[in-house]
Design a binder for this molecule. Structure first.
Ligand code: HEM
Length: 415
């Protein structure tokens, strides 16, 4: 595998060929233990997390140091600053924002389809999720920041591209990208300055981050935290929304059933009512299981250990494959299709595993689930989703699981 973007095709193939097994692979000359069993992931991510460190050197180099990739005290300081904000947010407000931006996004998708588009434009979904995120946590409309989302997306592409390049061989693989990286980073960091120069209102979370930035006791750079926050927060929810549109189109009877449920709710009742809509929650969980937006996370062993039948040396690289874990046939009867009811919940359900587990669990999990419920309810209220091509997906990895060529879905009005 020379192209990192091909990793997910390889992991889906592995989930079929070596279902439910942990496997040692050679990835571009680096021996890598790929974990496909829930018990192994639980061991590394949760019960023995202290013996496995996050291994995101190149991601850090592209996007800067942040809560996402730091370890030890540097991570704990960063977590303290944002964690309260990420977990104690106003669900009703988030749900209303998601409904509003979801309705706006679906109008744009309807207009694209009316003009003949055969695929969903990812940019519309990313604009939707970044708008919900920024308005919710920074208290300002995203368009007021003037930040160019396409540049952040490009930076993510570089960050993920470097993840599988053997040490010392980056030049050989990415001579072109390496030349573009410094300029791209400069441009983005320059755009981010608008969030510190006082020209925009400051939310409580931004105020806490600014205070941390000027505190000489730590080395926090506001722009680095924010760029990763936007990238990690907006891209993964947009990826999930894209896969959800594909699954609605692929399973029209499920789409109709979900729409019936959503139509029975009064939109004015907001989150309080939507939280009762278990079928929609199960559908999102299934989308996250079948197509986990962050399909792999990497760790490095800091001491010798044993995982199942595998001996692990200190320094061993590991990849936890949420693709493999979600498709383990020991955990459900038919792991390859969208489950109707009852959905198998358990430890390998999408909403349990796709956000990771243990101390480094996704900081924005609760927010993402509220946001996705609100946005998908708006999608179902306003439009119908139809497949334009039924070939099985090929995957493109850009730190997120994307579909090569975009999702083949047409969006049409309900009446
Ligand atoms: C469907 C949407 C999302 C998915 C599937 C997802 C998934 C993940 C995963 C798997 C990790 C752990 C990576 C690792 O252990 O190496 C992670 C970390 C993180 N995510 Fe998310 N994420 C989502 C949305 C969000 C949102 C909306 C935010 C912000 C509000 C966010 C903020 C974070 C942060 C801050 C971390 C680092 C946590 C830490 O190490 O302290 N995520 N996410």
């Amino acid at each position: 595998m020379n192209q990192p973007s091909d990793i997910c095709n390889r992991l889906y193939a592995l989930a079929r060929e070596r279902n439910g097994q942990d496997v040692m692979l050679d990835i571009n000359g680096v021996p890598m233990l790929v974990l496909q069993r829930h018990e192994s992931a639980d061991h590394v991510l949760r019960t023995h997390a202290a013996h496995y460190r996050k291994d995101m050197a190149w991601f850090r180099q592209a996007l800067g140091a942040s809560r996402f990739c730091e370890e030890g005290e540097a991570w704990r300081i960063r977590r303290r600053i944002t964690h309260e904000h990420f977990t104690h947010f106003d669900r009703e407000h988030t749900c209303a924002l998601a409904g509003q931006h979801g309705a706006h996004a679906v109008q744009r998708l309807l207009a694209d389809s009316a003009k003949g588009a055969q695929t969903i434009d990812d940019h519309v979904l990313r604009t939707m999720t970044v708008s919900i995120l920024v308005e919710n946590f920074l208290g300002i409309p995203f368009q007021d920041t003037g930040i160019d989302l396409a540049l952040i997306s490009e930076l993510m592409e570089y960050g993920s591209a470097y993840s599988f390049v053997p040490p010392g061989r980056t030049e050989a693989y990415y001579a072109q990208g390496l030349r573009r990286l410094p300029g791209l980073r400069r441009e983005i960091l320059q755009q981010m300055r608008v969030l510190r120069d006082g020209s925009l209102p400051t939310s409580p979370m931004l105020a806490d981050m600014l205070r941390a930035d000027v505190d000489p006791a730590n080395d926090i750079v506001l722009e680095h935290e924010l760029v990763t926050f936007l990238a990690a927060g907006a891209e993964s929810s947009a990826s999930t929304a894209g896969w959800a549109c594909y699954l609605l189109a692929r399973y029209p009877e499920v789409q109709e059933r979900l729409r019936d449920q959503v139509m029975q709710l009064n939109p004015a009742d907001g989150w309080n009512a939507l939280t009762q809509c278990t079928p929609l929650e199960d559908f999102i969980s299934e989308a996250l299981r079948l197509f986990p937006p962050s399909p792999i996370i990497s760790r490095q062993a800091t001491q010798a250990d044993r995982i199942g039948i595998h001996h692990v040396d200190s320094g061993q690289n590991l990849l936890i494959s949420f693709i493999g874990i979600g498709h383990d046939a020991h955990m459900r009867d038919d792991p390859w299709t969208l489950a109707g009811t009852p959905v198998v919940r358990g430890p390998t359900a999408g909403n349990r595993m796709a956000f990771s587990i243990g101390p480094r669990i996704c900081g924005g999990k609760l927010f993402a689930l509220v946001e996705l419920m609100g946005a998908l309810a708006a999608f179902l209220r306003h439009a119908r989703f139809e497949l334009t091509c039924d070939s099985p997906p090929r995957f493109h990895w850009k730190a997120q699981l994307l579909r090569e060529g975009g999702h083949p879905v047409r969006v049409t009005p309900l009446h």
